[in-house]
Design a protein around this ligand. Structure first.
Ligand code: DAK
Length: 257
């Protein structure tokens, strides 16, 4: 499959999707978002892929939604815009998704990184929700996910005041999992995603589902849900394989079912 705005490649069991609209700092237009989701859904359905890595360029993960594309929009244009539907597709991806951020992750770019499961960053990464400077507010999860990740004080500083977080600050506040040197961040991110990708696929999928339930359910309902997923894993070959491998002091050979 060839795309106009993204590049895809497989590195072992990692499906890499690289945003590739360098002249516009990877601004997220409608076509790019559709391509991104087509590629991610294809990797989600591919048993040879265990984890996805979404990345941009060294200068920009993504500088936001395409301002030029929406500058003259009416409310009804925005309502009918398939742009937002792509974010719903992203929330249905079942495999783990890591965002590897270098340079700018602003507005919708920051929201895209946060809609992934984990974020790793280069030292030069900058996270921001500067929509206030355009007379709007975040519209793809920024007010919610940023506040859940970093807390109200920092989130409001970013959203009301346009404050950018450095990679180090983002890690300190709990938005980012790892910060890597600029020279090696992509290799380091691939190694990070590669370790996840080698793990038992069904357990990975259910672990992601269980953690995400925290944001949807009261505690007791979440605990009950977790327990059912836990029981379900005892029907998999991989649970038998993982425990047998432990008992017999050998490396597990995951079957994926
Ligand atoms: N959109 C379109 N083009 C962009 C862009 C963007 N977000 N960001 C950069 N570009 C373009 C610039 O216009 C420029 O293009 P040319 O002039 O060369 O044609 C090129 O990329 C290089 O940018 P600069 O010349 O500005 O580069 P600098 O290094 O000087 O500055 C910068 C880099 C990242 C600080 C600056 O470009 C910047 O401030 N960019 C805008 C950042 C921003 O405001 N982002 C938030 C956008 S609003 C929705 C849900 C969510 C959203 C929308 C809808 N729905 C519910 C439907 C999200 C909204 C947003 O993200």
């Amino acid at each position: 499959m060839t795309y106009e705005y993204i590049l895809t490649r497989e590195e072992g069991r990692v499906g890499v999707v690289q945003l590739n609209r360098p002249k516009a700092l990877n601004a997220l237009n409608k076509a790019l978002m559709v391509e991104l989701m087509d590629a991610m859904e294809a990797y989600d359905a591919n048993a040879d892929i265990g984890c996805m890595l979404v990345t941009g360029s060294a200068k920009a993960f993504a500088a936001g939604a395409d301002i030029k594309e929406m500058a003259n929009a009416t409310p009804v244009d925005m309502l009918n815009n398939p742009f937002i539907d792509q974010w719903d597709r992203l929330s249905k991806i079942s495999k783990p998704v890591v965002a590897a951020v270098s340079g700018y992750a602003l507005g919708g770019g920051c929201e895209l990184a946060m809609a992934c499961d984990m974020i790793v960053a280069s030292e030069s990464a900058k996270f921001g929700q500067p929509e206030i400077n355009l007379g709007i507010i975040p519209g793809a999860g920024g007010t919610q996910r940023m506040t859940l990740a970093v807390g109200k004080a920092v989130a409001l500083d970013m959203i009301l005041n346009g404050r950018f977080l450095s990679a180090q600050e983002a890690q300190q506040f709990g938005l980012v999992n790892r910060v890597y040197p600029n020279e090696s961040y992509l290799e380091d991110a691939l190694a990070f995603a590669g370790e996840i990708a080698e793990r038992a696929p069904v357990a990975l999928r259910l672990a992601k589902e269980a953690v995400n339930a925290v944001f949807e359910m009261p505690l007791q309902a979440g605990l009950n849900h977790e327990r059912k997923l836990f029981y379900m894993l005892f029907s998999t070959a991989d649970q038998k394989e993982g425990m047998d491998a432990f008992v017999n002091k050998r490396k597990a050979d995951w079957k994926g079912h």
